[in-house]
Design a binder for this molecule. Structure first.
Ligand code: SF4
Ligand code: SF3
Length: 548
């Protein structure tokens, strides 16, 4: 295996024997083959689409398959083999569609090779052999590390966007043009001799695609559950039976809330599910009692101590401990061998049963709440107040401090940074990186809380909306606003969001805790020159440099 798609790549280079995330060799190799197979599907789907034809099943499959290869999603070789066999069928469907479209248009179909001509091996061993032949290293040898790294940058952007497209699709929101761009991007990644300029161009196009997808997901989430409202969330337990829901998929949470109503079970959000408490159509459930624990990397200790059942709806799943293996469940595209998987019918009966069998919390914890729900609608509703506070010099600067959390000790940077932000500045935060500081007290400026939790990582869309509204009010560009981006990354959704910000022309982003292994020094030079991207340093020095 050779994997360097996340921030935990071993030695800052790559995981080559077993992933820091727990992904083993065969899982990694099958994921490489799945990505290869999906490129083949998209080669045909892209050409069919250019002739005005599409097949929704093919579109949805490509997005799901990409999502399955995101860090901390699918660790199950058997399920991956299933996706691979399905990929061959989808490729045949896409080829048929393309040939039909060519016949209708009176054109000769192109003869496609590479992944489009892939014939899946019949045995598991054979699939592994195929996967080993198409990994990143094989492309590094042929194309060089810079080009292979840029291809991966684009691919990871597409993977991140695919995760968000999947959530939106599950809520009934999808757009043919968005699927078309996924196919076009994957087809582009099969080009034999791509030049650096077109690769950089496509990286920004992946960012643009992700912006459109996040917009769609925002519509899907707010359409289904209303606009998030500032809401107090309890972060300590209440006595009683309990289920903890983690991940990003609000639809799964809603279904679980419906199925647990009146059953004497309390539901807690975990990690990226925290922002769910702000949505009117979710917070109306009285048994959605609070938030449990911190970000994903603490789950092995926290789920061990949680006296109920746990449901993982999306990333980030870690290897379950034996102590809770029997009461953790996966759904959607998340999987771990031996862990019970709830199918697409969302029948959560096994989760409910496990919660009823577990002891539950014996007693209430001390009352402690935090605030969530500062999406674009909530912030925009007090825009006049915010703008006045800036004009009067009461708010000196905004900091967007957020992104993914992770296990590295260097991530304390974000806690220290947030703590050292001066009292006349406001911090916007989003994604699971917020757990580094979201239980600290930051106070308020003229009634405006100094810490505004904008939501999940995909709610970067909200943050962009807020920034653009402020830029409009001050008649300037986003880069001219008193606003600084201090981001933490871990997996491929963060890559997609970073590409979105670059597509929008945002400069001088600080990124940490370490820079991506797939960005080679030559590519980094370009990103620094064009966008002023810089690694995070020491909190005091970074603040000093920003505030002058
Ligand atoms: Fe390593 Fe990250 Fe790849 Fe897992 S996803 S194998 S931790 S680089
Ligand atoms: Fe966190 Fe996995 Fe990325 Fe949605 S839950 S932000 S790391």
């Amino acid at each position: 295996m050779f994997c360097y798609q996340c921030e935990q790549a071993k030695g800052g280079v790559a995981c080559t024997e077993i992933g820091t995330c727990g992904k083993d060799d065969q899982t990694a190799v099958l994921q490489d083959l799945l990505v290869w197979a999906v490129k083949g599907v998209s080669m045909y789907a892209h050409r069919a689409r250019e002739l005005g034809r599409r097949d929704r099943a093919v579109d949805v499959f490509v997005v799901e398959a990409l999502f399955a290869t995101v860090t901390n999603v699918d660790f199950d070789p058997e399920r991956l083999e299933g996706h691979l066999r399905e990929a061959a069928g989808m490729r045949d469907r896409a080829r048929h569609l393309y040939h039909e479209a060519c016949a209708e248009a009176g054109r000769q179909p192109e003869e496609l090779g590479g992944p489009a001509a892939w014939a899946p091996a019949t045995s598991h061993e054979g699939l592994l052999e195929q996967g080993r032949a198409v990994g990143i290293e094989s492309r590094q040898l042929v194309l060089g590390a810079d080009v292979a790294g840029l291809q991966e940058l684009i691919l990871y952007g597409l993977k991140g966007a695919a995760a968000y497209a999947d959530h939106a699709q599950l809520l009934g929101h999808e757009a043919p043009a968005i699927y078309a761009t996924f196919h076009e991007g994957l087809d582009f990644l099969t080009k034999e001799q791509p030049d650096t300029d077109s690769l950089l161009g496509w990286a920004l196009k992946a960012g643009e695609l992700n912006l459109r997808v996040m917009e769609l997901l925002d519509k899907a989430n707010t359409g289904a559950y209303g606009n998030p409202e500032p809401t107090e969330v309890r972060v300590t337990p209440v006595a009683g039976k309990a289920i903890c829901v983690s991940g990003h998929d609000l639809k799964d949470l809603e279904e679980l809330l419906k199925q647990t109503e009146g059953k004497g079970i309390d539901v807690y959000t975990h990690s990226e599910m925290l922002p769910a408490h702000g949505y009117p159509e979710l917070k109306k459930y009285k048994h959605l009692v609070g938030n449990y624990g911190g970000a994903w990397q603490d789950q092995r200790r926290e789920f061990d101590q949680f006296p109920g059942a746990v449901l993982m709806t999306t990333n980030c799943l870690q290897r379950p401990k034996e102590t809770y293996q029997g009461r953790i469940f996966t759904t959607g595209l998340v999987a771990w061998p031996g862990v019970t998987h709830i199918g697409r019918d969302r029948n959560f009966a096994p989760v409910i049963e496990a919660a009823l069998e577990a002891p539950g919390f014996e007693a209430d914890g001390p009352e402690h709440t935090i605030m969530v729900g500062f999406g674009h609608a909530a912030v925009m509703s007090v825009a006049d107040k915010v703008i006045d506070a800036v004009k009067q010099g009461k708010i000196r600067r905004f900091f967007l401090v957020g992104g993914c959390d992770g296990a590295k000790p260097g991530r304390n940077y974000y806690t220290e940074f947030a703590q050292k932000v001066p009292d006349d500045c406001v911090i916007l935060t989003l994604a699971c990186g917020k757990y580094r500081f979201n239980k600290l007290q930051f106070g308020a400026i003229d009634g405006i809380p100094r810490l505004l939790d904008v939501g999940q990582c995909n709610d970067a869309y909200s943050a962009i909306q807020i920034a653009q509204a402020l830029a409009g009010a001050f008649d300037c560009g986003v880069n001219d606003l008193p606003l600084s981006f201090v981001l933490s990354w871990y997996e491929q959704k963060a890559v997609a969001i970073l590409l979105t910000l670059l597509y929008l022309g945002v400069t001088n982003i600080r990124l940490g805790p370490s820079l991506p292994a797939f960005v080679t020094p030559a590519v980094l030079d370009v990103l620094v020159e064009k966008f002023g991207i810089q690694p995070v340093g020491i909190p005091e020095a970074d603040l000093q440099a920003i505030l002058g």
